[in-house]
Write a protein that binds this ligand. Structure first.
Ligand code: CMC
Length: 362
């Protein structure tokens, strides 16, 4: 028995492979570097869902259908009451997604891909006292998300940066939320139920809830000179450094560099101030040195959340919404895994070892 099911194989999948020793992520046979260099969100979504739905489609068809689905799900925003829209962003998203019909069909999958992308910007605007902006079916998912958030057409670099983010986090082996999605799928409850369970798992700070706290940490550190001292005190208190460490990776998380790379065009074109980037680099260097000294037996390196925090901040998302943006990108992975599991047809039902008291003998 392994606490946390560490190293336990719980599924066979054709969707993605995480090699924690080599620091490599492969999605449907394509390495993350290639996906990031050439890919768009819609392209990776088509790749992940290929052969798992009742009809086949290519990237262009998916882009068009997804754009229509965004327009369709926007009606749920119009119908939502103020109390629901005032909930913390992920909770509001979850409550709105729960209103979508459940099913295993392609239309349900499209609505679930579109819903988080439409709901999150609308929730954020409502919470700032602004009117939600309706989707524009002529745009890509990434460009439309940014337009619905800010009310302005994003620049080419901003769209590319969000596209890279969505591609980078689209799928990642049997992480906690994906496993939750597969467990629900194995009961044949429906894709909406799978996504709701996965979103609930993603919310925790040990999974998708870390990037907000990464920025809190950078704010608390404040200056590059303070990094070593602050990090040392945090470890003395027994705190974990947010954005570092991973259950699978024993080397640098390859997604961190993909996201660091996506920030560069924004910095070089002056669209973001590089002061945050310089502080982050100093914190990263200091953290790696101090973690190596304090935890010599456990290789700890940067994970995806560290540069996620910088990228999403640069794109104008508030830190309380970072987990919601993660969900926009990861939903396609949850759906692909849910379909793969549903097609497998076998109920997931492990066993536990009972260690409680037994009834007294009669
Ligand atoms: N800072 C300081 N020490 C750490 C950290 C960290 N971020 N991560 C692990 N350790 C230490 C831990 O204290 C333990 O030390 P010791 O053996 O002396 O008690 C040792 O490393 C092993 O820890 P573990 O709990 O067995 O590791 P895990 O596989 O359960 O942890 C983790 C994985 C992601 C929960 C953990 O690294 C962590 O809490 N990181 C901070 C939160 C974070 O960044 N989460 C986002 C994860 S990436 C998103 C995703 O892919 O889901």
């Amino acid at each position: 028995m392994k606490n946390g099911l560490e190293d336990v194989i719980a599924a066979e999948t054709q969707l993605s492979d995480v090699d924690g020793e080599a620091g490599r992520l492969v999605i449907r046979g394509v390495s993350l570097d290639h996906l990031v260099a050439d890919g768009t969100y819609e392209g990776v979504a088509a790749l992940l869902l290929d052969g798992l739905m009742e009809k086949s489609f290519d990237e262009a068809e998916l882009r068009a259908w997804l754009a229509q689905a965004r327009t369709r799900v926007f009606d749920h925003i119009k119908a939502a009451d103020a109390a629901l829209l005032a909930l913390p962003p992920v909770d509001a998203m979850r409550a709105l997604i729960a209103r979508l019909p459940d099913g295993e069909d392609f239309d349900t999958a499209l609505s679930l891909l579109a819903a988080p992308a439409v709901f999150l910007p609308a929730i954020l605007r409502k919470q700032r006292g602004k009117r939600p902006i309706a989707p524009d079916a002529s745009l890509s998912q990434a460009a439309d998300i940014l337009r619905m958030l800010t009310g302005k057409l994003p620049t080419r670099e901003q769209t590319a940066a969000l596209d890279t983010y969505l591609v980078t986090i689209s799928d990642h082996g049997l992480n906690a939320s994906t496993f939750a999605s597969r467990v629900i799928a194995s009961t044949q409850a429906g894709l909406t139920s799978s996504v709701l369970a996965a979103l609930s798992a993603l919310k925790g700070p040990l999974h998708g809830g870390a990037p907000g706290p990464v920025l809190d940490m950078l704010d608390a550190i404040g200056t590059t000179e303070n990094a070593g001292h602050w990090l040392g005190e945090a470890l003395d208190r027994g705190d974990r450094l947010m954005g570092f460490g991973h259950r699978i990776y024993r080397v640098r998380d390859p997604r961190a560099d993909a996201l660091k790379g996506a920030l560069k065009p924004l910095i070089s074109t002056g669209q973001v101030n590089n002061a945050r980037g310089a502080l982050a680099e100093a914190v990263e260097t200091a953290a790696l040195a101090i973690l190596k000294a304090r935890k010599p037996n456990r290789p700890l390196d940067v994970n995806v959340e560290f540069y996620t925090a910088l990228l999403l901040e640069a794109l104008g998302f508030p830190r309380g919404a970072f987990t919601g943006v993660f969900a926009i990108g990861r939903t396609v992975g949850w759906l692909a895994h849910a379909r793969e599991q549903a097609l497998d047809g076998r109920l997931i039902r492990p066993r536990s070892v009972y260690i409680g008291p037994l009834p007294a003998a009669a």
